[in-house]
Design a protein. Structure first.
Length: 403
């Protein structure tokens, strides 16, 4: 065996009752082997005398990788070196699912279910970045932080205790996440660590939504039991979750389109907890602000819709398909180098003498070495302007409104 080896674990006749110690001074990858394409492997490893995986050594700062496994046992994974954990399920754990004693760790698309006692403990000096991960119904503490944790687009709900910053060495940055319905506190900073919360929902946690956290450390978020409404764009309103076990947002939720200006978006995260585009324009005002929490709602009822299938019929004539409910169209154009999340073109309706048809003629040539980009939007009889299409990960925002 050499460093970089991928170890594929084949499905057996049941659970592998093993305590795997990784201590070879190598970078190793462990992956459940799927039996069919695009399916979960169904491979389960459960610790017997110790954790299912005990990560003792790697090669330098390189991370050990575990992917597509179900982990159980008294404890799940214990790590003294960095780990990258993708598409794991922690289940049937009587102790702690993930014990991070040292190293830098990345967790993506991981779930901790209601058969887990404690979720993650992060020791002083260790750090964790968790994205698109859910802790739901744990009987103990979902996250206990003495090191550093970044929690992004995560769902932390119905736990006995949600998040505890346990020491002054603890640091929590929580982004676009929901912490709700715990029987303890939502975020408990009794250890007097550092906490920053942005774009999140903290709601209906029995003891308190926040304890030891200042409103000045929270922005663009909903907080229930502490009134932060006069600070940093925060709200104190029922987020209107979709159901008892569904933390997506109903129409009318104050969390819809309540994030910061879309011009501040830097491209990450690309998708929400469902894997859909992160920024969408829910209210039809032309600005694709993200929703609070880990989910981004799509309003299929907005009209008119997108203008589709733009093409050049000759060197000067741009055409497109008619959009439903459209009575006229608007033209946005600018130089290609200016296109970005904060700029999607300047209104150039002057280029189109007939805004009710589905074509324009533009004889102007960009200077050598430059190029124009074009965006077309539709307006209905009531004056509502539709989306002007999609960029990577986001619905484009209309920053330069046409009259």
């Amino acid at each position: 065996m050499q460093s970089g080896t991928l170890i594929r674990i084949l499905p057996g006749l049941g659970v592998y009752n093993e305590s795997v110690v990784v201590n070879r001074g190598m970078v190793l990858q462990f992956e459940g082997a799927t039996t069919t394409a695009r399916s979960h492997s169904g491979v389960s490893v459960s610790g017997t005398t110790g954790p299912a995986f005990d990560l003792v050594s790697s090669l330098g700062t390189n991370r050990i990788t575990l992917r597509d496994l179900t982990i159980g046992g008294t404890d799940g994974i214990q790590a003294a070196v960095g780990a990258e954990l993708d598409e794991l399920t922690f289940s049937s754990i009587s102790g702690t699912a993930l014990i991070l004693n040292a190293g830098s760790h990345v967790v993506r698309d991981v779930s901790f279910d209601g058969t887990v006692a404690n979720g993650v403990t992060i020791a002083a000096g260790a750090d964790l970045t968790a994205r698109n991960t859910s802790w739901m119904g744990l009987t103990g503490t979902a996250l206990q932080i003495s090191g550093t944790a970044t929690i992004d687009e995560c769902l932390i709900v119905q736990n006995a205790q949600a998040i505890a910053v346990a020491a002054s060495s603890g640091s929590l940055q929580m982004l676009r996440s929901t912490v709700a319905d715990s029987s303890g506190s939502g975020v408990d900073n009794s250890g007097v660590g550092a906490v920053a919360i942005d774009g999140s929902i903290l709601w209906n946690n029995s003891v308190a939504d926040m304890a030891g956290v200042s409103c000045s450390d929270v922005s663009h978020s909903i907080v229930g039991t502490v009134d932060c409404t006069l600070v940093n764009g925060n709200l104190q309103s029922d987020p209107l979750f979709a159901g008892a076990n569904d933390y997506q947002l109903q129409p009318g939720s104050p969390a819809l389109d309540s994030g910061p200006a879309p011009s501040l978006y830097g491209g990450e995260p690309c998708t929400d907890l469902n894997g859909d585009r992160r920024l969408r324009d829910w209210d039809g005002d032309g600005l694709a602000q993200n929703d609070l929490g880990p989910y981004e709602a799509h309003n299929t009822g907005l009209v008119p819709g997108d203008v589709a299938n733009l093409f050049w019929s000759d060197s000067q004539t741009l055409e497109w398909d008619a959009a439903a409910s459209a009575t006229e169209y608007h033209i946005y154009r600018d130089f290609l180098g200016t296109l970005g999340y904060a700029a999607f073109g300047t209104c150039r309706d002057d280029l189109d003498g007939n805004r009710t048809d589905t074509l324009l003629s533009d004889g102007e040539l960009p200077a050598p070495g430059t190029a124009f980009f074009y965006l077309i939007s539709a307006e209905d009889g009531g004056g509502a302007e539709g989306s002007i299409g999609f960029a990577t990960c986001v619905e484009r925002s209309n920053f330069s409104v046409c009259p």
